[in-house]
Design a protein around this ligand. Structure first.
Ligand code: DGJ
Length: 728
């Protein structure tokens, strides 16, 4: 059984594949963290609990000084009762008191895993996962905390979350609730996180821990381009293939906070959860609050080991879409091809070319609704702009379907334009502070998704469109962050609930649409990859990775994204050159190589393609059909790091049975008369021989891994090559 409890030692041990996690109920009835790392076969772990008598470390009256929680690793850290490090939670009662001191009460272990009401959650059959629930109680206030731990043995993943229940007789307020505390006895670690901006998402940053708190997070209402709700702690020297690294990814798409604190004794405390800034939740007697789930993993095999665990966990136990294991249609999106300047004829012409080239779906992007010819108006008016599309979508979609293509449509459900019928009718549906100047973003405002009537309106109007024609895909965009976060229907003392209620409303709308259209393919998006997080992947199987579609920039963006999220989730398209974001030109082949490593498509005007480009599209389409199963379901091997190797980037995708692999190479910068590069491949079967599908050349798996593969000498910047090998 993956979860064991030694009742004599009072130790819990969770064995998730080749990893173990252990903690104990120590003699004062607190939960003390003992260990997280490679699998341990023994329960003989009490010695890892190291209470020490220290100065300035308060302890509860009636207990011994070593009962201070300030000197030991905790499982879920309390506030105001002697642990001075960043707290897991802060609960305020009606008298204004904030100290809490929860103790262990009971636990249960069972097969399977419960969901999270209104929130994303990993799932698994009873044979695949086991759950431990631990009940803690603060006697003084009557507040109870349930800690959930679910173990996914097959993927080396532990999912943790917390429920807070008010079992007292008076209201309390949650000021902070972290989804998990993860403490370490050893502080020699480095903090790795993903940061960025619009068009430059998920760059990798890594720094030594300092004494004090390092934190990243979002206050933007969405998880954001700027920071990702993921972090890792790596032992010094950890690289792609070696070294111990711990990773945590939060299943949440709103304001989050990650805190990493190295304390006076070199202990490390981490917290990840909803950002407590401008957050508060009223909890009436009898009410419960669920904090979002977090998935944890640890690997002794470097970044790659961590990524493989996350990729397998996310693919097997988080993505639920009907499309999860299905080949996604190759799409052409008209955004960069036409922007707002399209009509039915133009779209049909693109569709005709698409059909001739083997592309499988036309996605109509922004500008099809209200009276929208630019970005200043119409958000919220989810009815067809008849001037552009006379007779509505049905005729157009029928024509497109006749060509053998599916049809997809863009929405930006959470937003509203001042110039819209919706705003004229419901000005109070906007997030705003009455009387205060509003902040606009791209001219638009944000709908109050915390209100049921707003979610109902969006559900009804999106359904009306989806029912009006055969629409099989939607792109769900969100092009600004939240400001003046206040709801017209919330009492003053509960305004701090709005940002979390906004996220719950957005999830509710997803849930309702998926219930009604279970086969609908939804692609997440927020000005590119501004809401690329594990929470969204519970609702959508793929997310537009970045508005920056430049192949060279994408090497970094897709590398950073791949630390956590599998290739099958990364929207990647071939776009026009000079690139619309960077003005850089890269060969059409290279753009295809980079896009083929994600969910593949085109983002250009097919009518403007040269014959040479048309021939290349046909080849890329054929490659997608031949190789996508490797990309979508295989293991990713990043052989170079574009952040440290500016000259060239090489990655491989290998089928789980090691019978096939794709090798992709992009030379970002050509060095005149430079060296011949060779790379050692990985993940192959040393005993097998592999044949290059194009040239027929054969190589031994062992030699490819030990001696390397010779990369071709290419003459210009931005050139590349893709190879497919099959075991013989
Ligand atoms: C931002 C998205 O990332 C783009 O792909 C496009 O859909 C635009 N919004 C449309 O406004």
């Amino acid at each position: 059984m993956p979860i064991s409890f030694d009742s004599e030692r009072k130790i819990f041990k969770l064995d998730a594949g080749d990893t173990s996690y252990a903690f104990m109920i120590e003699k004062h009835n607190y939960l003390s963290h003992l260990y997280y790392g490679p699998e341990l076969s023994t329960m003989d772990l009490e010695y890892l609990y190291r209470p020490t008598v220290r100065g300035f470390a308060p302890y509860p009256e009636g207990m011994q000084p070593e009962a201070s929680r300030d000197v030991t690793a905790q499982e879920y850290s309390a506030f105001g009762t002697g642990d001075y490090r960043t707290p897991g939670f802060i609960i305020r009662d009606l008298k204004g008191y904030t100290a809490t001191d929860p103790h262990y009460v009971s636990h249960k272990i069972y097969a399977g895993k419960p969901g999270k009401p209104g929130l994303p959650a990993t799932f698994g059959k009873e044979a695949e996962t086991q759950t431990l629930e631990i009940l803690l109680r603060d006697e003084f206030s009557g507040v109870e905390f349930t800690l959930y731990y679910s173990v996914f043995e097959g993927e080396n993943i532990i999912a943790r979350s917390v429920k807070v229940a008010n079992c007292g007789s008076e209201k309390v307020y949650i000021e902070k609730v972290s989804s998990c505390t993860l403490d370490f006895w050893d502080g020699d670690l480095e903090f790795l996180h993903l940061w960025g901006s619009h068009c430059r998402e998920r760059w990798v940053e890594r720094e030594k821990l300092i004494h004090g708190v390092q934190s990243v997070g979002s206050m933007r209402g969405l998880s954001s381009h700027q920071h990702n709700p993921f972090f890792a702690l790596a032992e010094p020297g950890t690289d792609e293939t070696h070294g111990r690294i711990y990773g945590a990814a939060l299943l949440y798409s709103g304001n989050f906070l990650i805190e990493v604190e190295k304390d006076q004794f070199e202990l490390v405390r981490t917290q990840i959860g909803i950002n407590p800034e401008n957050f508060e939740w009223e909890l009436a007697p009898g009410a419960e609050f669920h904090a979002p789930e977090v998935i944890l993993t640890v690997s002794d095999k470097g970044l790659r080991g961590m990524s493989h665990n996350f990729h397998n966990g996310i693919r097997n136990h988080l993505i639920r879409s009907w499309w999860k294991d299905r080949k996604r249609p190759i799409l052409v999106n008209n955004w960069e091809g036409t922007y707002f300047n399209f009509n039915a004829e133009k779209l049909l012409n693109i569709a005709r070319d698409a059909a001739a080239l083997g592309i499988e779906m036309l996605v109509l992007d922004d500008g099809w609704f209200g009276h929208r010819n630019d970005d200043s108006n119409s958000l919220g008016d989810w009815f067809v702009f008849e001037e552009k599309l006379p007779g509505g979508l049905n005729n157009l979609v029928k024509e497109i379907n006749k060509l053998g293509l599916k049809f997809g449509l863009w929405f930006e459900p959470e937003m509203i334009s001042k110039d819209s019928e919706l705003y004229r009718k419901h000005p109070d549906w906007v997030l705003e502070i009455p009387g205060r100047t509003r902040s606009l973003g791209r001219w638009q405002m944000v709908l109050d998704m915390s209100r049921d009537e707003v979610v109902d309106y969006l559900f009804d109007s999106i359904c009306a469109i989806l029912d009006s024609a055969n629409i099989e895909y939607i792109k769900w965009d969100a092009n600004r962050h939240l400001t003046e976060v206040a709801s017209a229907v919330m009492p003053p003392e509960r305004q701090k609930e709005v940002s979390h209620r906004y996220v719950l409303g957005m999830y509710r709308l997803h849930e309702r649409l998926l219930e009604r259209y279970p086969k609908l393919l939804i692609e997440g998006c927020s000005g590119g990859g501004g809401r690329f997080d594990a929470g969204m992947l519970y609702y959508v199987p793929q997310i537009w990775t970045s508005d920056d579609s430049d192949a060279i920039e994408r090497l970094k963006i897709q590398y950073g994204t791949s630390l956590v999220y599998p290739c099958s989730t990364m929207g990647a398209h071939v776009s026009d050159c000079p690139n619309h974001q960077t003005a850089r030109s890269t060969p059409f082949e290279t753009r295809g190589i980079v896009a083929l490593s994600g969910t593949f498509g085109y983002e250009l005007d097919l009518n403007k393609m040269t014959q040479e480009e048309r021939d290349l599209i046909k080849k890329q389409v054929a490659d997608y059909h031949k190789y996508n199963h490797i990309v979508a379901n295989g293991d990713l091997y990043r052989l170079t790091d574009p952040f440290t190797e500016p000259r060239y980037t090489v990655w491989m995708q290998v089928t789980k049975d090691k019978s096939e692999f794709l090798l992709s190479y992009v030379q970002s910068r050509m060095i005149p008369h430079g060296p011949l590069y060779s790379v050692r491949l990985d993940g192959l079967d040393p005993a097998r021989r592999y044949r290059n599908s194009e040239t027929g050349e054969e190589f031994s798996g062992e030699a490819l891994m030990k001696a390397g593969f010779m990369l071709p000498h290419l003459f210009t910047d931005g050139t590349g090559a893709i190879y497919h090998f099959q075991a013989v």
